[in-house]
Design a protein around this ligand. Structure first.
Ligand code: BMA
Length: 340
C-alpha cells in the first residue's frame, strides 16, 4: 500500500497507461499515442498547446491556447469524455466584465484552469502595457467573468492553488520582462478576494542545474499530497540554438508554500520525441495541468510540445514524490521564505 497520498477527490476516469516495461528509472512516461491534440484542431486555429484541463460533470473540460491562423493566440473551450480525445468550440471563450459587457483580451495565451470551492478560475498571459496576467471565473462554463488584473506588468505563468491556505487564495507567478524573457523566478502572492494581492514571497529561482539555468516558471496547479504541495514547473536552459524547456518538480510546504521542502536536481521530462523537438518553437515541454486521482495515486500531466501540440505523460504520486525526494537539492535561495 502506498503511504504517499494525494489529498483530494477520486477521479476514476483519470487517463492512464502503465509504464512501458523497457523503461526503468525515469519518473515520468509518455502516452504512447502522443500527441493527443495535433495541428489544425478546429476551424481557424493552426495549433493548440500549453493548455489546461479539469474533471467536470461525467467527463472533462479544458481551456486551450489556440493559435489562430492569423498567429494571434486566444483561449478556446474544449470537452472530452476520456480526457484524451477533445472537441473544441469554434468560437473563442467570450469573456465579459462584471457588468456583463463583452471584454475580450487583445490576445491570451498559456491558460491555467483551477477549481477553488465552487468556482473555476482561468489565468492567462495577456497584454496590459506588455505581458501580464489576466484572470476570469466561471461556474458553468457558459458565462466567463473577468476580474481585475492581479499583478502589475510584466508577469507570466500565473497558477492558482486549488484551495485557500490560511483563508487566502494563493497564486504563483513569474515576474518578467515583455519579450522572450531571459530570466525569472517563481513568486507567491496571496489574496483574500482574488482582487487585492499582496504578501509576496519568493518561492524558488533558476538554479545551477544546467537544464534550468536560465529561468523557471509555474506549470500545473500544485497537487496537495501528504508530503506537501507537489509542483510540476518548467525549467529553461540556453543553447547556441535557443532555449530548451523541460519539466521539473518540487514539493512545497503545505501551510507555507513559499518554503521549498524538496526540489529535484534532475528534469522529470525533457524534449526527446519528434513532437517535442520539432515544431513552431522546437524543444519545448511546457506543463500546464494535471488530472489526478486520490484513490489510485495516478497523475496525468498535460504539457505543450514545441508550441505546436499537446502531449500527455503519466506518473504516480508515490513514484514522483519518492523520485523528487531522492534527488532533492534545496539551495539557500529556495528556503528564504521570510525575506522581504
Ligand atoms: C514562453 C511562452 C510559452 C512558450 C515558450 C516557448 O515565453 O510564450 O507560451 O511555450 O515561451 O516558446
Amino acid at each position: 500500500m502506498s503511504e504517499i497520498k494525494i489529498i483530494g477527490p477520486g477521479v476514476p476516469g483519470v487517463p492512464w497507461q502503465e509504464r512501458p516495461r523497457n523503461m526503468t528509472g525515469a519518473p515520468v512516461w509518455r502516452y504512447q499515442d502522443n500527441p493527443i491534440i495535433g495541428r489544425n484542431p478546429v476551424k481557424g486555429v493552426a495549433r493548440i498547446f500549453n493548455s489546461a484541463v479539469v474533471p467536470y460533470g461525467d467527463g472533462f473540460i479544458g481551456v486551450f491556447r489556440g493559435e489562430q491562423v492569423n498567429g494571434i493566440p486566444h483561449i478556446y473551450l474544449g470537452r472530452s469524455d476520456d480526457a484524451i480525445h477533445w472537441e473544441f468550440d469554434e468560437e473563442k471563450i467570450p469573456f465579459e466584465d462584471e457588468d456583463g459587457k463583452p471584454f475580450m483580451p487583445v490576445y491570451a495565451y498559456d491558460p491555467r484552469l483551477v477549481k477553488v470551492e465552487d468556482t473555476y478560475y482561468i489565468m492567462w498571459c495577456q497584454d496590459f502595457y506588455g505581458a501580464s496576467i489576466g484572470v476570469a471565473y466561471t461556474r458553468d462554463f457558459k458565462k466567463f467573468v473577468r476580474l481585475e488584473n492581479p499583478f502589475l506588468p510584466f508577469n507570466r505563468n500565473a497558477v492558482l492553488f486549488p484551495r485557500k491556505v490560511n483563508g487566502r487564495f494563493l497564486m504563483l507567478s513569474r515576474p518578467s520582462d515583455s519579450g522572450h524573457t531571459p530570466f525569472g523566478d517563481i513568486f507567491l502572492s496571496e489574496s483574500p478576494d482574488m482582487v487585492y494581492w499582496g504578501r509576496h514571497r519568493h518561492v524558488m529561482g533558476k538554479s545551477s542545474e544546467w537544464w534550468e539555468s536560465v529561468k523557471i516558471g509555474g506549470g500545473a496547479a500544485p497537487i496537495e499530497t501528504t508530503e506537501g504541495w507537489l509542483l510540476f514547473y518548467h525549467g529553461v536552459t540556453g543553447t547556441c540554438n535557443g532555449f530548451v524547456y523541460s519539466i521539473g518538480g518540487a514539493i512545497l510546504d503545505i501551510n507555507e508554500p513559499s518554503r521549498v521542502l524538496y526540489r529535484c536536481e534532475n528534469f522529470l521530462l525533457t524534449p526527446e520525441e519528434w513532437y517535442e523537438e520539432r515544431g513552431f518553437v522546437p524543444n519545448v515541454c511546457f506543463p500546464c495541468a494535471t488530472i489526478h486521482d486520490a484513490d489510485s495515486g495516478r497523475i496525468a500531466i498535460y504539457y505543450g510540445a514545441a508550441d505546436s501540440c499537446v502531449g500527455l505523460a503519466f506518473t504516480t504520486v508515490e513514484e514522483i514524490v519518492t523520485y523528487i525526494k531522492d534527488h532533492s537539492v534545496v539551495r539557500e535561495q529556495d528556503t528564504e521564505a521570510g525575506r522581504r
